[in-house]
Design a binder for this molecule. Structure first.
Ligand code: CTP
Ligand code: CA
Length: 227
């Protein structure tokens, strides 16, 4: 049974999306990462594909299956994610859902760090800043996607931080979510959408519902109804 007939609203559009955490190696067996499950990003990728978009999903390591009809590119580190995004451009839309690790160990060891190495005690962690994928793509002079959407995971003063983050990143929209509760890895999400028209608070709903609603909004914007 076809749910919809006729042309889909994102037919012929290419959407690039990042999701999941990144993993930054400390040595061959250890890494720095975060609690992102990839669920919200994967749901958005699936919802965009259902609206007819060609979706490139650049994903860090997650334990969930790729949604139907998307092109999955699997990466581990932030630098690999950046390179995979650059390789996948051009795109009409970029949606940056990944929880990119802000820092990576500066000089990962090529052999496992040993507990009793030279009686030195715990090694000091020296960190370097990772590339900012969202800022880089937002500020492309040539070939910037026409709509760039960032996410902001905040634990406090959510709206205020989101407004500031939108300006700092140079993106068009920010989807802000409050991660002070059980959102990371959980089934629900409560978000605020920040656009140039202001802030919209969406009621708490499942991650699939958030994804569908966001995909619809993206389609409206591209087709000229949302502006
Ligand atoms: N992001 C990115 N590359 C990074 C860091 C973040 O593309 N190196 C993107 C995320 O995918 C998200 C947005 O930037 O869409 C905001 O990420 P967030 O971690 O909330 O913001 P930061 O600028 O890293 O600031 P902070 O972690 O201090 O809140
Ligand atoms: Ca961050």
């Amino acid at each position: 049974l076809a749910r919809q007939s006729g042309p889909k609203p994102l037919e012929g559009r290419h959407v690039l999306l990042t999701a999941g955490p990144t993993r930054e190696p400390l040595d061959p067996v250890r890494y720095l990462s975060n609690h992102s499950s990839g669920r919200q990003g994967y749901a958005i990728a699936g919802a965009l594909a259902e609206l007819g978009a060609q979706v490139t999903l650049v994903s860090g390591p997650v334990s969930i299956a790729s949604p139907r009809g998307v092109d999955l590119v699997s990466v581990e580190t932030a630098r690999e994610m950046m390179a995979a995004c650059e390789a996948a451009l051009p795109a009409d839309v970029f949606v940056s859902v990944a929880a990119v690790a802000d820092w990576r160990p500066s000089s990962p060891a090529d052999r496992k760090l040993k507990l009793k190495d030279e009686g030195k005690g715990p090694p000091a962690l020296s960190l370097s800043e990772n590339p900012d994928i969202l800022s880089t793509i937002s500020r492309l002079e040539k070939g910037r996607p026409q709509l760039v959407v960032g996410f902001a995971a905040e634990t406090d003063t959510v709206e205020e931080n989101a407004l500031r983050k939108r300006a700092r990143k140079g993106c068009d929209w920010i989807v802000a979510n409050d991660v002070s509760g059980d959102v990371m890895g959980g089934a629900d999400n409560e978000i605020a959408l920040v656009t140039d028209a202001g802030v919209e608070n969406w009621p708490r709903m499942g991650k699939t519902a958030v994804a569908r609603r966001l995909a619809e909004r993206i389609a409206e914007d591209l087709n000229g109804k949302g502006k």
